[in-house]
Design a protein around this ligand. Sequence first.
Ligand code: GAL
Length: 737
Amino acid sequence: MISNNKTLINKNWLFKDSEQAEFKRVMIPHTNKEVPYNYFDEKIYQFTSYYKKELFINDSDKRIFLNFEGVMTAFKLFVNDKLVGEYRGGYIPHFIEITNFTIRNKKNTLLLEVDSREREDIPPFGYVIDYLTFGGIYRDVYLYELDQCFIENILYDYEVLEFDNLKGKIKITPRVLINNNSDEKRYCIEFCINERTFKQEVDVLKGKKWYELNPINLENIDLWDINSPSLYNCNMKLILNEDIRDCNNITVGFRDLKIDDTGLYLNGRKVKITGLNRHQSFPYVGYAMPKRVQIKDADILKDDLAVNLVRTSHYPQSPYFLQRCDEIGLLVLEEIPGWQNISEDKQWRIQVLNDVEGMIMRDYNHPSIVTWGVRINESMDDDELYSATNKLARIIDKNRKTCGVRYIENSNLLEDIYTVNDFIHDGGDIILRTREEVTGLEKPVPYLVTEFCGHIFPTKKFDQEERLIEHALRHGRVQSYAKEHDEYMGAIGWCAFDYNTHYDFGSGDRICYHGVMDMFRIPKYAAHIYKSQKDPKVEPVIEPLTWWSRGERDKGIVFPIYVCTNCDEVEVILGDNNIGRFSRTEENIDEKLKGLKYPPIKIDLLNGDWGSKWSEAEFIGYLDEKPIVSKKFCENPIVCDLDVQLDDRKLNGTEFDATRVVVKVVDQVGNVLPFSTGCINVETEGDIDVIGPKCISLIGGSIGFWIKTLGTFKDNTAKIKITSSFGINKEIKISLK
Ligand code: GAL
C-alpha cells in the first residue's frame, strides 16, 4: 500500500446509522456518531452502520485495491453487492484486492457494514478499558490501480557504518515485498536516493514474496536527530522492459540508535527521555480528525510541551501524526491495541498478532519510532502470547528493540526493554520505584517509566490553583528524578491531553482529567513545567504558577510562587516595588526538582495579610543578563477582550480539512480570567462549519473548537463569527483553496 498509483477517495460517501435509515452524504474521516463533550452514554456509538460509495473504475487490466487506513472496529466489505470479506481491528490498515469484484468502465458500488461494537473477539475489548474507541471510517480511504506486478511494501533496512557529527556512512539493504500476478519474471528495480540511482535485476516469482536487494553504501548522509530531523526521499521503481510498472516514494531518516541498560543513545549522544502519552481522541468526533489536526498534535507535543518522546497509548496512531514526528524530530514509542485484559478467545489472540504485524509493516520506515510495544498495556504475564508477539516483531524488525508496558513487578522480561507504569508518587517522598525493585532482576536491564501521575492526581484546568500547582510539581518531580538517576531511560507522563472514557473511569462525566492540557489542548499549569524545559534561545518561557489573586489559595496566601522558566533569573516587581532578581540558588529550587534542566524558580516572599493592599505584579525573565520575556498580572482584573487564536487561517476547501480555534476571555494585560463562565456562539459563512455545538460555554475562562471545511469549495473566503455573553464579538476570515 505504498504505491504512488493511488487516489484518495474520502469524498462523496453515503452513510446511514441503521439498516432502515436514509443515506446521507458524508466525508471521511467520519465518526458514526458525534458525541457531546461529556456526560454521554458511550453505547451511543456502539452499533452497526453502513457506508456506501459509487466508484468509477476505468477500463484497464489493472488490479484494483482499496486501502482502509482505520475503520473502527470491524467491517464487511461488499462490492457490487458481493461480499469481499470481513476485516477486524480498528487501528491497522486493511489493504483489500477487489479486482475480481469490479466491473470496468462503470460505476461500482462499495458498501461497508461497519461494526463499532466493543466486540469480545477484538482487542482492546473483552473487559473494561479506560478510553473510548468511537466508531466509523475514521481514517483515509484510498483506491489503488496497480499493475499485475507491484511493490506492496518496502522495509528500508540500513546500518550506520560510521558517523561523526551527524554525518554518516550508511549501508542500505531494502527488503521489498513484491506482489506478482503476471507470468513475467525478469523485472528491474531502480532505487533513487540523494540524487543517486541504483539498478538491479530481480527474478520475481508468482505470488507475494520478499526480496532482499543488494546493499548500497552511501556516504555523507545527514543523520536523523531530534534537533535536525533530516529525511531522505527514497524512490523505487519496478520496471519491465523499460516500462515503469510501479513506483513509490517513502521518506526515510537514518540514525544510529542504541539502547542498553545505561540508556538510549541517538547518534552517539545519550538522550534522556522526557515524554508524554497521547490518546488520539478529540471532543465530539472522537478519532475522526483529518491530517492537519493530527499534525498539530505532534507540533503541540514538540513546541508547546517540549517533550522528546510520545507514546502512542494504547494503539497505533494516525500515519499523519507519525509522519510529522519524523519531520520534527519527536521520538515515538508505538504499541499494539489493548488495555489490561488478555482474552482466552482464539480469534482475539490471533488479532493481537495481526496487530503486531500490521503496526510494524505500516510504520517500519519511521525514524521517529524507537521501540515497538508488543504487550497489551498493563496486562499480566502470558509467556505464550508475549513470546509470540516478541518473536514476530523480531522477525520483521531485526533492529528495533521491543518493549511491553506492565505495572506488575517481577514480570517476565521477554522484551528488550522493561517498560513500567509507576504510579508510586503520591506527593510524598517516594518518586519512583527502583529498577531492581520492579524488575526483580539483579542484572541491570534497559528500564523506562511509561506512565506516572494520571489517576493518582486527576486535575482539571479549572481546579483550585494549589491543586494545579501540585499537579505540575508531581510531573516535575518524576521527570527530575528520572533525569538524576541513570537506571531510568527516562519517564513518560500520563498524559498529554484529557480524554473521553467509559463510565467506570474518570470523573463520572466520561472524562479522565489526566492531561497536562485539556481536551482542546489548552494548557494546565503542568504543561508549563514541560514547556519551560525548552532551549531559551528557541523560545524563552516565563509562566508563574499563579492566577495572582489575594484569596484563591487556602488561608489567603499568595507565595511561594513557582515560576516555570528557562531564563537564568526572574525579576519581580510588585506594584511600584522592585523586589529584586531571583536566580536558581539552593533556596530558590525545590530539592526534588533540581534534576530538571530548568527547575522552576521558587519565589517565596512574605504573604501580606488578608486585608492588606493588593497590587499588580510583573515577572521578568533574564537571559545572559538581559530581560527577554515578561509576564504581568493586573491588580484588578476585569473582562477586557476575547482573545481568539487560530492554528491556521488557510484551509483546503476541496477536502475535509479542519483547524482549531481557541477562545479566551482576557483581562487588561491579556491573561485568561480562569473562573469566567461566559459563553460564545459561533456562526460561519462560506464553505466551513463548526465541529460540535455552536453554543459553547467557556470552561475555566477558555474553550476550543474546531472548524471544518465541507469539501464543497466554491468561494475563497469564509468567515467565523463569534458572539459572546460578554458583549464582545469577533469576526475572523479564513481563506480556502
Ligand atoms: C494506567 C493506564 C492508562 C490510564 C492511566 C490513568 O493504568 O495504563 O491507560 O488508565 O492508568 O492514570
